[in-house]
Design a protein around this ligand. Structure first.
Ligand SMILES: NC(=O)N[C@@H](CC(=O)O)C(=O)O
Ligand SMILES: [Zn+2]
Ligand SMILES: [Zn+2]
Length: 382
């Protein structure tokens, strides 16, 4: 008599179809019971930190951004920076004009650039406008176009008080600029010296620590109340400093805050895939012409807008956490900003495609992330 071998029970961590709407198979990439996910439908995502630049570049950055993102928090670090509601209104019109030929619904969410001169009246005007959604703090000299940033953080307290009162979120490039502090430590030192005191002093202020790069930042945000959140980029999830520096220096991976060691990358992956609503998608896609990156003094910034959600899908897939992508990419950002979630959807398919070696940026060549290499996911319906 043949023996009937009962099929083994599914592994405890088996993620069935129903656990995430749109996931067509087990979301564990190495699941022995079920084939890997090949298709994923998500609520339309938004990008909560992007650089669209200005002038001729806008047409190119907007084209990539409007492919499937519904909205984006647009960084104000132009030259000169966007410091007033009137500046933001004019910049928004330029973005909408660049978008107009694309036949796409896309909403730019504008931000102001905080300076030592930002007044409580400007904060109130921003809060009362329906298109300025946050104010961005760049410590002076910390990153690209930050020369006009804040020199004296304590001097800003009246402005932060006004932001807390009007419930206008503070976005933070969290790095100290002190020449004594090693570049790899600048985020952790900023948190200890500046961010922790701000969060303590203004408990009602909504704060987003942007593009976090360290275990220290993930832990700080994880431990604070719900008014403090963080964005995480795709490149900080996919890369660490070895990718940038071993076997030759790769200037296209140079960004700020700089890529950290592998243990920090692992902490970011854990935070992004944890399901915590405090961590959400912000690409920090930051285009610079190839000539400005491949230079004796190259600019900081990685361009990912051409493949953003696809790169995040790779990172989440490698963690066996594709079922956590929708919360991170499409739910937690609007929830934090007090905006409705998008109501339509996009579909990603597991299909490798090649990124061009070069893309245009306002008439100049730009080298996108994964240039001449493949990305494993593709948006099939935007
Ligand atoms: N991230 C970067 O490396 N660069 C950004 C600025 C920023 O977000 O810090 C840029 O504007 O180029
Ligand atoms: Zn920054
Ligand atoms: Zn940025």
């Amino acid at each position: 008599m043949p023996l009937t071998v009962p099929s083994p029970p599914p592994p405890a961590s088996h993620l069935l179809h129903q656990t995430a709407p749109g996931v067509v198979a087990c979301a564990l990439s190495n699941c022995p019971e079920s084939p890997a996910v090949t298709e994923l439908t998500l609520t339309r995502p938004d990008d909560w930190h992007v650089h669209l630049r200005d002038g001729a570049a806008l047409e190119d950055t907007c084209r990539d951004m409007a492919r499937y993102f519904g909205r984006a928090i647009v960084m104000p670090n132009l030259t000169p920076p966007v410091t007033t509601v009137a500046d933001a209104a004019a910049y928004r019109e330029r973005i909408l004009a660049a978008m107009s030929g694309l036949g796409r619904q896309f909403e730019p969410l504008m931000t102001l650039y905080l300076t030592d001169q930002t007044s409580a009246e400007e904060v109130q005007r921003a809060a009362e406008s329906d298109f300025v959604h946050a104010i961005k703090l760049y410590p002076a000299g910390a990153t690209t176009n930050s020369a006009a940033g804040v020199a004296d953080l304590a001097g800003l307290y009246p402005t932060l008080e006004a932001m807390e009162k009007h419930d206008l979120p503070l976005l933070v490039h969290g790095e100290v600029t002190d020449g004594e502090i090693d570049i790899f430590d600048r985020e952790a030192v900023f948190i200890e010296r500046h961010l922790a005191p701000i969060v303590q002093r203004f408990p009602g202020l909504r704060v987003v620590l942007e593009h976090i790069t360290t275990a220290d930042a993930a832990a700080f945000v994880g431990e604070t109340p719900a008014n403090v959140a963080a964005t995480i980029t795709a490149h900080h999830l996919l890369l660490n400093r070895n990718d940038m520096l071993v076997g030759g220096i790769r200037p296209h991976y140079y960004c700020l805050p700089i890529l950290k060691r592998n243990s920090h990358q692992q902490a970011l992956l854990r935070a992004a895939t944890s399901g915590s609503a405090k961590f959400f998608l912000g690409t920090d896609s930051a285009p610079h012409a190839t000539s400005a990156k491949e230079s004796p003094c190259g600019c900081a910034g990685v361009y990912t807008a051409h493949a953003a959600i696809e790169l995040y899908a790779e990172a989440f897939e490698a963690e066996g956490a594709l079922d956590k992508l929708e919360g991170f990419a499409s739910h937690f950002g609007p929830d934090f900003y007090g905006l409705p979630r998008n109501t339509d959807a996009i579909t990603l398919v597991k299909h490798a495609w090649e990124v061009p070696s070069s893309m245009p940026l306002g008439g100049q060549p730009l080298t996108p992330m994964r240039a001449s290499d493949t990305v494993g996911w593709q948006v099939s319906e935007g």
